[in-house]
Design a protein around this ligand. Structure first.
Ligand SMILES: *[C@@H]1O[C@H](CO)[C@@H](O)[C@H](O)[C@H]1NC(C)=O
Ligand SMILES: *[C@@H]1O[C@H](CO)[C@@H](O)[C@H](O)[C@H]1NC(C)=O
Length: 498
């Protein structure tokens, strides 16, 4: 019943809610070209001053020591700037988390909120969803609103406005396909295409490494100045072939490996692991055998049974090596400095064990340039780099993603790890990595989240009309962060909106 009160408050015409003093507005300029919009992805650490944002860009920012990537968009008329978590693991976009239910509300409070009473373009619906994420949940009421990404404007976009949310410090911009394969309503990408901002429902993502925080999200385009060699086309797995029957950005990973500081490399046997790419997940989650093989490869690694994390000596971060991921003929090498997550003075291996739903989160994406092509159900990946800017629009049709070679060249030659099988990932290890006995980091929420689902209702929240799905797409928590978890819609209560 509680949300009903919030709902009344949302829809009522009472006095404007006291918006917290807005911090300095972030730049939200974006490069707009014919058929594409480029929003910078920028990284900030909460304890540091905000980084200067280049002109013509919208920021993707990295909150909480590398845990969350965000972009700024504007909502309403006149436009109100809000910062949203960029999530390739869920489809819904919503604003206004309740900071009171965030473990550390300091950062949550510092972000601008959308004030519906100040918008002339809001058109509220009576529809409410309860969205469960791998970590946290949100009850949102849907409204139609004008959303601006730089100079690109879409109108009548359905977005959620938070009524009650838990443990999610910012709203979310969802860029995944609908997890059950059917749109409940047109999501941001759908609307951008329908209203002619982009020609395909496709975007490219360049999160960048920890040492160069500015990345970018390009709706409808690619930047050939941000990767090395060819973009490898990888078909998205059909929903029936995904581990939990959820339509996500799943591809087949065919091997893993390591490149050592001395330049030698090792790789696993040929494998076929379905993994999905999730910008909302701080860490990656991989089958236990792979997790253990990686952990065992780092001298001095210690397993903390309380948090489930593996700590490695922090000097590893400065070494030259990489953790390598193979996709058919393509290898993405994630430098140790990007794979190892530094939090509260600990150096955490960027992977957790998960035998149900494997995820490549930010600890992978920082080293990859990825084009997500929803229309053709392909991902295109390459090793990320930075050698200038050359924006190319993605057209429409089956070959919409340009097959242009990246303009960058590798700075150092990489040895081919031809001896497949050097890294054994076939079985779990009986003797685990050394056990950590000290005080680990606290409050970083690594545990599995709830089984994720969506419960849909109407404005009369007293009796939600749907129950949790039997075909829940999202499993336990996916990485730290808010990644993947919004579940499968059950009832098509919102179908009328389409
Ligand atoms: C709000 O949306 C509904 C459903 O599309 C539409 O019928 C109505 O005209 C809209 N109201 C305004 C003020 O735009
Ligand atoms: C949302 O999260 C809070 C805090 O973890 C929890 O108490 C609440 O039960 C959750 N709501 C639902 C419907 O899962």
């Amino acid at each position: 019943m509680l949300p009903l009160l919030f709902a009344a408050a949302l829809l009522g015409s009472g006095p404007a809610s006291a918006a917290p003093e807005a911090p300095e507005a972030r730049s939200s300029l974006v490069i707009r070209g014919d058929g594409f919009v480029r929003s910078p992805v920028n990284a900030i650490q909460p304890e540091r001053p905000k980084l200067r944002i280049r002109q013509n860009e919208v920021a993707i920012e990295n909150q909480d020591a590398g845990t969350i990537y965000t972009i700024d968009v504007e909502v309403g008329t006149p436009p109100q700037s809000v910062t949203l978590i960029l999530d390739t693991g869920s489809p819904d976009t919503w604003v206004n988390p309740s900071c009171e239910f965030v473990s550390s509300s300091r950062d949550c409070d510092s972000f601008r909120r959308y004030d519906h009473t100040k918008s002339r373009s809001i058109n509220a619906t009576r529809y409410v969803d309860h969205l469960l994420y791998g970590s946290g949940n949100a009850t949102v009421q849907y409204v139609r609103e004008t959303v601006k990404i730089g100079s690109a404007t879409i109108t009548n976009q359905i977005i959620g406005v938070g009524l009650e949310t838990h443990n999610i410090p910012l709203g979310i911009v969802g860029l995944s396909p609908p997890l059950n394969g059917e749109n409940q309503y047109p999501y941001i990408l759908d609307t951008m295409k329908a209203q002619g901002v982009i020609k395909s429902r496709a975007f490219s993502l360049d999160l960048r490494g920890v040492d160069s925080p500015d990345g970018a999200l390009i709706f409808g385009g690619i930047d050939t100045g941000k990767y090395i060699g060819d973009l490898q086309k990888l078909p998205m797995l059909p929903i029936e072939r995904t581990p939990r029957g959820a339509d996500r950005y799943y591809v087949s990973m065919t091997g893993v490996g390591l490149t050592y500081p001395d330049g030698s490399a090792t790789r696993s046997q040929q494998i076929d692991v379905s993994v999905f790419l999730d910008s909302g997940g701080t860490l990656s989650r991989l089958p236990t055998a792979i997790f253990q093989a990686f952990a065992a490869s780092f001298e001095g690694a210690e397993y903390d049974s309380r948090s489930g994390l593996v700590f490695v000596p922090c000097d590893v971060v400065g070494l030259q090596g990489s953790v390598d991921f193979y996709f058919g003929g393509k290898v993405i090498r994630v430098p140790f400095s990007d794979f190892i997550w530094q939090v509260q003075g600990f150096c955490v291996l960027g992977v957790l064990p998960d035998d149900d739903e494997a995820v490549l989160g930010d600890t992978f994406l920082r080293a990859a340039y990825v084009v997500f092509d929803q229309d053709n159900r392909n991902l295109h990946i390459a090793q990320a780099a930075n050698c200038g800017t050359n924006l190319v629009a993605i057209g429409s049709g089956v070959d919409a993603v340009p097959s242009q070679k990246g303009a960058c060249t590798a700075t150092s030659g990489h040895p081919a790890a031809t001896a497949a099988g050097g890294l054994d990932v076939t079985g779990t290890r009986s003797s685990p990595t050394a056990i950590f006995t000290g005080e680990g980091p606290t409050g970083i929420g690594v545990g599995p989240g709830p089984v994720a689902t969506r419960i849909s209702g109407t404005g009369s929240l007293a009796a939600p009309t749907a129950t949790a799905s039997s075909r829940s797409g999202a499993g336990k928590g996916v990485g730290i962060g808010f990644g993947a978890a919004v579940a499968v819609a059950v009832a098509n209560v919102l179908a009328w909106m389409i």
